[in-house]
Design a protein around this ligand. Structure first.
Ligand code: HEM
Length: 392
């Protein structure tokens, strides 16, 4: 990526049909300029679906209209206000005791598995379950849903691979069936009468678009679909990456237990070096020039967030994890500007509580070296799928 940044910072990629943008300054300028760079393609599928896949999706009228991350229109601000009310700094601070309780329960489960089997996979237990439970609680969805976390996780995993992977043939159709089942379930969920005030469903029911119209089922389903995936998968990926790094760095795990204040800046460094969302998309609204390269209107861009975290113009010795660097929060892993991640403070808080409490309860945790973890490697997402640990 260093070579790209230096020699071809704006490069057309034949393989994906996207313009790769790798310099920090360019990516930041794009994210801060919603007039020239639209987010409309942010959650589009990267490939073209086959006819059987389209049929599966059409059967449930699968549609993701402009709501949050993919919305460059004037309705975005209203949707975003809903998120701000649910996930502002005060709401996040107030939810710390709830998160601690959820983490304590997840750690009970980890301890039991370690006692019974000698090993435990943190990626598919605590790193997956905590963000799910916290998200459902904060969105006020816990009482409203009638499926378990395993089902939600299966649907979310399938959706991520369907849209950001390049599945083919039968695999693509099978993933589409899962995504369609998820979507059909969501349309039922958002159609429930009289949702409670203060919950996401209540806020969506009360919401009015700029023309005064209420939201339809499609718009509500699209918001909940995005929130369940955006709020959970990314945080799971971050936690898995953090566990893997923290347990493999000599002495760091014990430091987390003794000096919990280290966790917060260290989290920022991991977010910078190994962002869960490695790339994100935009499309040009009009002809523009970037790092001397002219692009036409309608050019699809791939903003290489993971490359920006290693840009030596901004971060000295970027390969080093250095919690004391002065600009530790300057990374673009949560985006910046109008669409900056609404859940950034929640994700940070979850990372802090999860790492601190795990290190305090299980200071003798060891990463099982030799287990070569499969990596989730989609166009925009990268994380270990397994983090095997043992005690002693
Ligand atoms: C480590 C975890 C997370 C990472 C790395 C992450 C990253 C991102 C990124 C890169 C964007 C796009 C920003 C842009 O287009 O400028 C985004 C958008 C968004 N994220 Fe996150 N996110 C995380 C966790 C969460 C959580 C926990 C929530 C839910 C509370 C959340 C909700 C959202 C929403 C609603 C948007 C769209 C905002 C808008 O368009 O106005 N994210 N996130």
């Amino acid at each position: 990526m260093a070579a790209l940044r230096e020699h071809e910072p704006v490069k057309f990629d034949e393989n994906t049909g996207l313009w790769l943008i790798s310099r920090y300054a360019d990516v930041r300028a794009i994210l801060l300029d919603p007039e020239n760079y639209l987010p409309d393609n942010a959650i589009d599928a990267i490939g073209r679906f086959s006819v059987p896949t389209l049929r599966v999706l059409a059967r449930v009228r699968f549609d993701l209209p402009q709501t949050l991350a993919n919305n460059g229109s004037d309705s975005h601000a209203g949707y975003r206000r809903i998120m701000t009310r649910l996930f502002n700094a005060q709401a996040v601070a107030a939810s710390v005791p709830m998160v601690e309780k959820v983490v304590a329960e997840a750690l009970d489960d980890v301890e039991q598995r370690l006692a019974a089997d000698g090993v435990c996979d943190l990626a598919t237990t605590i790193a997956r379950d905590v963000p799910f439970r916290v998200m459902l609680r904060l969105l006020g969805l816990e009482a409203a849903i009638d499926v378990d976390i395993d089902t939600l996780a299966r649907w979310s995993d399938a959706s991520l691979e369907l849209f950001w992977g390049r599945p083919r043939g039968e695999r693509e159709v099978a993933l589409a069936r899962e995504a369609a089942e998820f979507y059909a379930w969501l349309t039922g969920l958002v159609s429930q009468p009289a949702p409670e005030e203060g919950t996401l469903l209540g806020a969506l029911a009360a919401h009015r678009l700029p023309d005064g119209e209420p939201l339809g089922v499609t718009q509500k389903a699209a918001v909940v679909y995005f929130m369940i995936i955006a709020g959970q998968m990314t945080t799971t990926q971050m936690l898995s990456t953090m566990y893997r790094r923290a347990l493999r760095e000599p002495g760091l795990w014990q430091r987390f237990a003794a000096e919990p204040a280290v966790v917060e800046p260290w989290t920022e460094e991991v977010l910078r070096r190994d962002p869960p969302i490695t790339t994100w998309r935009r499309v040009t609204a009009r002809p523009v020039t970037l790092s001397g390269v002219g692009l036409p209107a309608g050019a699809p861009l791939l903003l290489m967030l993971s490359s920006t975290g290693s840009d030596t113009e901004v971060f000295e010795h970027p390969e080093q994890i250095c919690p004391h660097r002065a600009n530790v929060r300057r990374h673009l892993s949560f985006g910046i500007g109008r669409h900056r991640c609404s859940g950034a403070e929640l994700a940070r808080m979850e990372a802090d509580v999860v790492m601190r409490m795990t290190a305090e309860r299980l200071p003798d945790l060891r990463f099982c070296e030799g287990s070569s973890p499969e990596m989730l490697a989609l166009l925009s997402f990268r994380a270990p799928l397994q983090v095997l640990v043992r005690r002693g």
